[in-house]
Design a protein around this ligand. Structure first.
Ligand code: WQD
Length: 345
């Protein structure tokens, strides 16, 4: 069995996937440019699994460096590609950085896969490609809508590049996993979502408010057409999400894919509102959250959650963890990381 390359493997979802791959018996190597992650995450992976994966600090937009990497590691037969810039708001301010980083990285990887005959590719995509779906829950057949941000557009364009590539290059086979809202941390609290800068996402902002790093949580609008007026999302535990990647890459390695480009929605199939998340967090942690309702955040979709029946049936994968244990894992991680040096800004 060949080695699996995980790009962005010391990032949030990447590091959790590396742990699950190692525990499933795969040999993993990691490429990361450390632009949004820390090398210390390798220590957490090693503490959990007893294995310290091979790590190379490479910028995937550097084609020569990418080619040299694959010459150095000829046993790679599969790639799980997480490495990308992913902050929606930042992408609006810096569109060319997002198009260059996210698209050129992907193109360099595809060129190397063709040159070195690496067949299996799992792509980290996002429910953001659906925009505000016309029907809920959203299925893989839902129309792709005009992206609401350059970040979302890079995910749409990346999927198109991959669809064209599997047509052009025989042997290449791809699974695109469209995530909903990944949250939580490994139950060991040894890896999690590294808090670098002010969090844009809800759950890290909640845990940083709860631990006293942030004065208050702002709830972006309570006048939506939802039961309690706040937005609804499909929050999926990051370890459940990591399991989906193990199942997907194994499907390709074993040749069980039914076409050369497959797409799966990876969520829980259940929508929860911002207020439900806040109330659940307070209930499971006993911590009272200081929050204030403010105006809507531009670009937010009102409600989106997944129809996961296709992934459940075809992949044989299902989200297992409850929202309660997931929010508790996020809180445990927040408390752990604040005891580490360099993280108590
Ligand atoms: C969730 C809800 C906010 C922060 C984004 C990307 C998506 C994926 C996940 C990369 C919304 C509300 C948030 C806060 C709040 N990223 N909120 N106060 O926007 O659904 O998805 O992150 O792959 O592609 O689009 O996630 O966590 O930012 O927001 O009220 O301080 O929480 O309005 O309703 P989002 P989020």
């Amino acid at each position: 069995m060949g080695q699996i390359l995980v790009t962005g493997g010391v990032g949030y979802i990447g590091s959790h996937t590396v742990v699950e791959l190692i525990e499933a018996g795969f040999e993993v190597c990691i490429i990361d440019n450390l632009s949004n992650s820390r090398i210390e995450v390798l220590d957490g992976i090693e503490k959990i699994t007893g294995v310290r994966p091979v790590f190379e600090k490479i910028d995937l937009t550097d084609q020569q460096a990418v080619d040299h990497f694959f010459q150095k590691y000829p046993n790679i037969d599969s790639i799980i590609h997480f490495a990308a810039s992913k902050a929606v708001g930042e992408s609006v301010q810096k569109p060319t950085l997002y198009y260059r980083n996210n698209l050129v990285s992907l193109i360099n990887l595809i060129d190397s896969m063709v040159k070195y005959q690496i067949p299996n590719f799992v792509f980290s995509s996002s429910c953001t490609v659906y925009g505000q779906p016309d029907e809920l829950p959203v299925t893989e057949q839902a129309p792709i809508k005009k992206a609401l941000s350059p970040y979302g557009n890079t995910k749409q364009i990346s999927e198109e590049i991959l669809q064209d590539s599997v047509q052009a290059f025989p042997g290449l086979k791809v699974i695109s996993l469209r995530y909903f809202n990944p949250i939580g941390a490994h139950p060991s609290a040894l890896i999690g979502e590294l808090p670098l800068g002010v969090p844009a996402n809800l759950v890290p902002f909640i845990t940083q408010t709860a631990i006293g790093l942030r004065k208050e949580l702002q709830v972006f609008g309570n006048d939506y057409n939802t039961p309690d007026g706040s937005c609804i999302r499909d929050y999926i535990n990051v370890v459940d999400l990591a399991h989906a990647h193990v199942v997907a890459i194994r499907r390709l390695i074993e040749g069980k894919n039914k076409s050369t480009f497959e797409v799966f929605n990876i969520g829980t199939g259940k929508g929860l509102s911002v207020f439900e998340i806040i109330n659940t967090f307070e209930k499971v942690t006993g911590v009272k959250l200081n929050y204030r309702v403010v105006g809507r955040r531009p670009g937010d979709v009102e409600k989106v959650w997944a129809d996961t029946s296709y992934a459940n049936k075809e992949l044989g994968w299902k989200a297992e963890k409850t929202i309660e244990e997931t929010l508790l894992s996020a809180w445990k991680w927040e408390q752990y990381i604040r005891q580490q040096k360099g993280f108590n800004e």
